[in-house]
Each structure stands twice: as C-alpha cells, then as structure tokens.
Ligand binder design. Structure first.
Ligand SMILES: [Zn+2]
Length: 537
C-alpha cells in the first residue's frame, strides 16, 4: 500500500469551534502538549500561516512569552521532568537522557527499569520511573481524586513515562518497530483500543511515502531559508549531498524505525490520543483527568535540518493542521469548554551553527579531533604525574575516585588544573566547571543557577566542560541543544481555554511552574517539594 503524502492540507480556516456554552470553572480534562525541541520562534515566525491547532491555541491562550527551563543540561529527560514534576531535574538525579552511574559503573537511561517487561509487543524496551522516589502532577491529582485518570502518550519512552508522573494509569510510547507499547510497571496488558490501534497502524505502509511541502515554494523562501543548505542532514539518495525536498526513504531503510523521523508520526500520535480519549472516557468522569501528548518527531527533524530550514517550517505547518483536526475532535467529543490545553517544549535549540554564524552570531562546531587530542593529553599527563588514572572519564566528564586521590595524597584541584589546561585550549570550550564550586557559588546569574539546578550531589561528575554560546560538540551535520544559554532554555508556554482571550504576558516564568499552575487550577494540593510557583490564570 502506498500512502503518498501529497501535502494537500486544507488551508481554509476551519476554526469555528463551539464557544457558546458557558465553561465550567474547572476543566474536565487538561491536555498538555509537549513539542520536543520547540523554540518559541517556531510559533511567532509562522504565525500568519497557522490556521489549525497552533492558531486556536494562540487565539485562545495566555502566552507566557518569557518562559525558560531553569536547568542545564537542556535535553529531553530533564526537560520533561521539569514539566511533569514541577521540580528541578538535578535534585531528582535525572542528569540527562542517560548518564554514567558511578555506583553501577555503567551508563543508565533516565527511564531504565531492569525489572520491568514490555507490554504490547515482543520488541522495544520496558521503561518506568521505578528508580525515583518522588511524585509529579499526575500523582498529586490522583492523591486528591482517586478516580481521576492520567494517560501520557509520546514517541519517545522518556516523554511518555516522565510526563505522567511516577504512576500514571497508562504511558504509551513507540517501540520504533511498528507498535506503541507500555511496561508491566504500569499495566499487565494493553487496553483493547491500543491493540486495535497498533493493528491498524501498519507502519510498514509508510515506506513509499514522500515528504513534500504543504504550501507553495514561494512561501518557504519567504518564511525560511533556501532549501539546499550546507550543514543539513541528507539521509535520502545520498550519492550527491542534496538536503532538499522531496524526502523519501532509501531502499533497505526500515520504515517502522524511520516513522518517528517524519512529520506524519505526530499525526499518528494524535490519532492514538483520540483513541485514548474515547477508550478511557477521558473528561467524562466526576473529577478532572490529564492527558499528556509528547511530539517526539519534531526533535529528530529539528536536529537534522535546524529551526530555520524549510523542512522544520513544513513540519510545523503540518503539525498545526494535525492539531487543528485533533482540537476539532476534542470539541465534538467533549466540548472545548470542558478542556484546558497547555502547550510547551522540553527544550529549545541552536540553529545550525553555519546559519548562526551567517546571521552574525559567533559559534561553530567543536573540532572532534582537537577535543580527542586534549582528552588524550589529560589522561597522559595525569598518569605520568600521578602514576595512574584517578578518575573515570565519560566523554569530557570526569568522575573522580576520591579514595584513590586520598591515598595518593592529592586534592581534586590537581586533576582540575590539568583538565582545565588542555580543554580550555580547544576552540569553542568556554570553561571547565567544578561541581563543588557551582554548588557553593553565591552568584545569582542565570547560567550559574541553571547549572546548579542540574546538579545531583553524588551523581554529577566533579569536572565537566561548558561550550561557548553558539558552539556544538557535534558535527559536521545537523544541530543540537543542551547548553544553559537562552536559545536552549527558552520555550513556548500557552494555557488555552475556549473562553480565554488571546494575551501575551512577558513576565519571567519557569517550566517548573507548569505543574503547580495546573494543580492550582484544578484545586489540587501542591506539595512543598515542588520547585515552581503556580501562575494565576
Ligand atoms: Zn534532541
């Protein structure tokens, strides 16, 4: 079966949802939409072109335009923690998507659960937050109202498992092999509506799909840069470097794996969310329910092409249309007056460094060879001077062996000076940070605070480098995120209801404010350990 994506998205405004019924003070369902790697300018730059879901959210939303993740390392796992738990990821020990665990002496994933089994397929990984001893918004709600339901759906396992709190009713994530799955930490079997959805998904049938633009070529040149741009990833017909539309799949590529890298993956996620609303009767109970939806494909696409590309512009236009269709469904099923929508992102991102520089910024790609050499020289000098290595190294992160240091009568400073000497000579490395200094620092600047909010007293490496603004530890294609700088921390935050008037509020807000704001709006107690402050809507 060929599902050729023709890009014939209806551009006529359909936004005529009902708003005549007077809304209840407390919504029956809160739908939180988290777009992976969405900078706020992906909303503002294409504002004139949005006619679907983004349009509705902006027209019925209070938009906090100065919202940041106040932690760094700005990646998916920690970003979702801030949103779903209202807590800084450092104290929870969520140091990244994965990290080196010095006790286990191996890398661990942020949603790793060695005791859990996959539910719903023979393929994929079983995930949960069993390893964390805290609670998030979903748990706070269910403590208050035991009949409330929490469902979280995402492409990535960490998106689905983290957004719903520690014990949601049902997280569902894509196994990159044709099915949405869960783990037996949550359920022993998938509800029938998920099984049916998986049977009908037929991810294989996307193998011949071509990604083409939804609007006219002229508009892409007006709102984005030229299609062929050095630095974009080209993963289709790679004989000659040509990162341009149309984008298909090379023969031999597994379409069920590749599905999560294409715009229509988000449509499937929304189709699954529709089934969840029907199958779990969300928004139909006596007490409010929560539905979280994570759009993971946006991250892969933005990594590959950068936020100023025609590809990402098109992905946004398509997501706007898909979301419009979804909001229409919610209106028909529940009545929009009964629902609140929240839109945000787990982190922003850097434009392709080449484009950043072209536009007058300073930046670039840190030379991997130079970095590898510096690391090698550090190892060599430490061994030469101290006899043996006194740390475990992951990339350029140094986990000191305190016992060995003590025995050798050495201080951490001895290692730090050597690391600093070589790493700060690498073009693009701003400085080498020391965990203890950041923890003790009285500085109130935003960079120090963001680094501090990411530190776990035992788990964080003692010494780690920080890149200059505009620089990436990757190359030669694509872009990324992770830094403490505004381009990575700044995200959209919109709370929308059918009776809200469109409004922009530039007061500074943090993503840890989202969970307590929803809690307060639903009359749910906010625990003391929550790091955020509820916003009055
Ligand atoms: Zn990413």
């Amino acid at each position: 079966m060929i599902r050729k994506y023709l890009g014939l998205v209806c551009t006529a405004a359909f936004v005529c949802f009902s708003c005549t019924v007077s809304p209840p003070a407390t919504p029956k369902l809160v739908i939180t939409l988290v777009v992976d790697q969405m900078r706020p300018d992906l909303l503002t730059r294409f504002d004139n072109l949005y006619t679907g879901g983004f349009r509705w959210l902006m027209d019925h939303g209070i938009w906090f335009t100065n919202t940041h993740h106040e932690h760094s390392y700005t990646v998916t796992g920690p970003g979702h923690i801030a949103i779903g738990f209202g807590q800084y990821p450092g104290k929870m020990g969520v140091l990244g998507n994965s990290w080196y665990d010095r006790n286990l002496k191996k890398n661990v994933n942020c949603v790793e659960d060695p005791d859990a089994k996959v539910v719903g397929s023979t393929k994929g990984r079983a995930r949960s937050l069993a390893g964390y001893d805290t609670k998030g918004l979903g748990d706070w709600l269910k403590t208050e109202y035991t009949s409330s339901k929490v469902v979280s759906i995402g492409g990535k396992d960490r998106a689905a498992c983290i957004l719903g709190g520690k014990q949601p009713n049902l997280p569902l994530y894509y196994n990159r092999a044709g099915s949405f799955i869960s783990s037996d930490y949550y359920v022993n079997e998938l509800p029938e509506w998920v099984t049916l959805f998986n049977q009908n998904l037929k991810a294989d049938s996307y193998k011949d799909s071509l990604w083409v633009k939804s609007l006219s070529d002229k508009l892409y040149l007006e709102y984005a840069r030229e299609d062929h741009y050095q630095g974009e990833v080209d993963d289709y017909l790679m004989d000659e470097y040509s990162p341009v539309f149309p984008i298909g799949m090379d023969p031999g590529t597994d379409p069920t794996y590749m599905l999560m890298n294409r715009p229509w993956f988000e449509r499937e996620v929304l189709n699954l969310a529709k089934e969840a609303i029907n199958g779990e009767a969300l928004g139909k109970g006596d007490h409010p329910d929560l539905l979280f939806i994570g759009f993971s494909a946006m991250d892969w696409m933005t990594h590959d092409y950068g936020p100023y590309s025609q590809e990402v512009m098109d992905a946004c236009i398509k997501l706007d249309r898909y979301l419009g269709n979804f909001i229409e469904f919610v209106d028909k099923t529940l009545g929009l007056e009964n629902v609140m929508f929240v839109l945000t992102a787990d982190h922003g991102g850097l434009p392709l460094p080449e484009y950043f520089v072209e536009k007058g910024g300073s930046g670039g790609r840190i030379n991997k060879k130079h970095l590898a050499e510096a690391i090698e020289w550090i190892d060599e000098e430490c061994e030469e001077r101290f006899g043996k290595k006194l740390y475990h190294r992951e990339g350029a992160n140094y986990f000191l062996d305190h016992e060995r240091l003590k025995k050798a009568n050495l201080r951490p400073d001895h290692i730090y000076e050597i690391v600093k000497k070589y790493l700060t000579n690498v073009d693009g490395v701003d400085r080498v940070a020391i965990k203890d200094d950041i923890l003790k620092s009285k500085d109130k600047d935003k960079i120090t605070l963001r680094l501090k909010n990411m530190i776990h007293i035992e788990k964080t490496p003692e010494i780690f480098p920080i890149a200059n603004p505009g620089y990436l530890f990757m190359g030669p294609y694509g872009t990324s995120h992770g830094s403490p700088y505004d381009y990575d921390t700044h995200v959209p935050l919109i709370f929308a209801r059918s009776h809200f008037k469109s409004q922009e509020d530039p007061s500074p807000r943090a993503t840890v404010d989202i969970a307590p704001t929803i809690a307060k709006y639903l009359d749910v107690d906010i625990p003391e350990y929550c790091d955020g402050n509820p916003i009055d809507l």
